[in-house]
Write a protein that binds this ligand. Sequence first.
Ligand code: G6P
Length: 371
Amino acid sequence: GAASKGEYRHFMLKEIYEQPAVISAALEGRLSDTGVLVESFGPEAATLFARTRQIHIIACGTSYHAGLVARYWLERYAGVPVQVEVASEYRYRHPVVPEDTLFVTLSQSGETADTLAALRYAKTLGYIGALGICNVPGSSLVRESDLTLMTRAGPEIGVASTKAFTTQLIALMLFTLALAKSRSDAPLDAGEQGEIVQALKALAPICQQVLALNDEIEVLSQAFAEKHHALFLGRGAHFPIALEGALKLKEISYIHAEAYPAGELKHGPLALVDSEMPVISVAPNDDLLEKLKSNLQEVRARGGQLFVFADKNVGIHAHDDTQVLHLPHIHEALAPLLYTLPLQLLSYHVAVLKGTDVDQPRNLAKSVTVE
Ligand code: G6P
């Protein structure tokens, strides 16, 4: 049943392994051969999306990181300007809301106090509507939103969010495609839309291949157990994936971790790099690859120990100071989903080595329903 760990030692590990199945569930019945079925978001969706000229996304924690990934997707593929903010800041400032702005909340539980307060506040600010992307049917967030899309991850017990995050990314890619389809001036043409749809349909088995790297990731994790700090690097839509990787490590292994957009390294964090600072980077095959490679060279030149998760085709290979795990090639649009998985497994194994309470980390709650 949902509340049993089955063959797994922790709920977190079980939930990591459920991802291929829940990713398929999140796509079920929402795609045609060529695009997304816009009515999946509700009967009003097509009208609202056609009117949408700006988007404000509000969330907390891991859900906030999903929103940061979505900004790259929505601007690139749907051509809509996006702002993303944590709910606890948004709700206490005085946001200026341009005409025809859609408000979007992301929440696993649908009960996070700050996110709900932000939604209620937003309703007084003149948005054209509120879309809630959520994992719990019937939650407050779902009841109070105009449009909803359920992420269908099933119950998530581990405090550190895993499958809820990747299914949020699926939901956000569906949202991106739906918005692109509803707008005549979207940068994404029908051909590219079809390619992403086919890539979505092929995603679950590729995730399975990445999870099969588990034993190698477990070996890598030994290098972290005695460390006090770690630095995560990514560029573009993979900067938020680096943020999420660092959050996972902090939450369950209690190792201080920071994430930086790799191009910003030289403006400060490079001063921290020495042989005691492991640097983790994700290197998918995208436009920013060559830039990322030179950022990694900056780390190497300072004696940093690199751990790189790289597309098998990009020509990043292991050296004395660089450990590399190769991932299968994936459509660029979906790479953030795939590169999340090894970072989840890495944190999990570091936490197990350190003997922390993986499913119930100290001081944290699964759902923060009071401010
Ligand atoms: C808590 C949890 C996090 C989660 C955040 C937002 O801090 O420990 O895992 O990301 O709340 O929760 P939500 O249910 O709104 O996604």
